[in-house]
Write a protein that binds this ligand. Structure first.
Ligand code: NDP
Length: 253
C-alpha cells in the first residue's frame, strides 16, 4: 500500500520533452504512480509512438514547441481543456551544444537559452496561472549537475542550468504563497540520446565512472523517485530546492 504522503494517484501531470530519454522515463514513472500523464515534444508522430509504450490508458500527447510563447499558451490551454487542470508540471525539455566558447555562434547561444531556460519560464507561467488560481500545484524543473559546476565546452549549457536553478527559487518565491511548490531536480551524467556522444568516447566515459562515487553512469530510471517525491504531498513544505540525483558527483567534483 502507498503511504498517503506519497500518493499522487489521479493527479494530472505534464512532462515537457517526453518523447524520449529522461522525460519519457519520468512520464512512465508518473503513469505507474497513477497519474494521468501528458507527453510533450515537437513531433506528433514521435509522441504517439512514445505514448503507445506507456502503461495504462491515461496517457495523452500535446505537441508544441516549448520555446514559442503563443504555442505554449495555446498548448497549455488545450491540455487543460482536453485532459483537465494540471496538478504537476515537469519542465524537462532541453538540449546540449558542445563547442569551445570562442566558436559559439550568436544563434546557437539564443537557441540553447530558449530551449533550456526560456521554455521553463513560458511553460511554468502558463501552467501556474491555473495552479495559483486553484491554490495547489507542483512544478519540477530539470536542472543539472551543471547548475553547480561548469566544464570546458559547455559554458552556455551551464549558464542555462545555473539560471534555471535561480528561476526555480524565484518561482518558489512568487507562487509559494498561492500553494504551488517549485523545486529542481539535478541529474548527473545519465545515458540518453543527448549524452550518447560522451558515452561513446571511452576516455570521457571512464572519467565519468571514476569521478562518480556510485562508480557508474546514471540511468533514466534513477531520476524517477526524486520527481515522484517532489510531486507528492510528502514535499508540501519543500520548495525552492534542487535535489541532485547524480550518484554523488556534485559533492566531489
Ligand atoms: P534528449 O535529447 O534525449 O531529449 C530531449 C527531449 O526534449 C526530447 O523529448 C525532445 O523532443 C524535447 N525537446 C527539445 N527541444 C524541444 C522544444 N523546443 N519543444 C518541445 N520539446 C523539445 O535529452 P535528455 O533526456 O538527456 O535530457 C532531458 C533533460 O535533462 C534536459 O533538460 C537536459 O538538459 C537534462 N539533463 C540531462 C542530463 C543527461 O546526462 N542526459 C544531465 C543533466 C540534465 P523532440 O525532439 O521530439 O521535440
Amino acid at each position: 500500500m502507498t503511504h498517503p504522503l506519497f500518493d499522487i494517484g489521479g493527479r494530472t501531470a505534464l512532462v515537457t520533452g517526453s518523447s524520449r530519454g529522461i522525460g519519457l522515463a519520468l512520464a512512465r514513472g508518473l503513469a505507474e504512480a497513477g497519474c494521468t500523464v501528458v507527453l510533450n515534444g515537437r513531433d506528433p508522430d514521435r509522441l504517439a509512438e512514445a505514448a503507445a509504450r506507456l502503461p495504462g490508458k491515461a496517457v495523452h500527447t500535446a505537441a508544441f514547441d516549448v520555446t514559442d510563447g503563443p504555442s505554449v499558451a495555446a498548448g497549455i490551454a488545450d491540455v487543460e481543456e482536453r485532459v483537465g487542470p494540471l496538478d504537476i508540471l515537469v519542465n524537462n525539455a532541453g538540449m546540449q551544444l558542445r563547442s569551445p566558447l570562442l566558436e559559439f555562434t550568436d544563434s546557437d547561444w539564443h537557441r540553447i537559452l530558449d530551449t533550456n531556460l526560456t521554455s521553463a519560464f513560458l511553460v511554468g507561467r502558463e501552467a501556474a496561472r491555473g495552479m495559483t488560481a486553484r491554490g495547489h500545484g507542483k512544478i519540477v524543473n530539470i536542472c543539472s549537475l551543471q547548475s553547480e559546476v561548469a566544464r570546458p565546452g559547455i559554458a552556455p549549457y551551464a549558464a542555462t542550468k545555473g539560471a534555471l536553478k535561480m528561476l526555480t527559487k524565484g518561482m518558489c518565491a512568487d507562487w509559494g504563497p498561492h500553494g504551488v511548490q517549485v523545486n529542481g531536480l539535478g541529474p548527473g551524467y545519465i545515458e540518453t540520446e543527448l549524452t550518447q556522444p560522451l558515452v561513446d568516447e571511452p576516455e570521457f566515459s571512464a572519467w565519468v565512472r571514476r569521478r562518480t562515487p556510485a562508480g557508474r553512469w546514471g540511468r533514466t530510471e534513477d531520476l524517477v523517485g526524486g520527481v515522484l517525491f517532489l510531486a507528492s504531498p510528502a514535499a508540501d513544505f519543500v520548495s525552492g530546492q534542487i535535489l541532485y540525483v547524480d550518484g554523488g558527483m556534485t559533492s566531489v567534483l
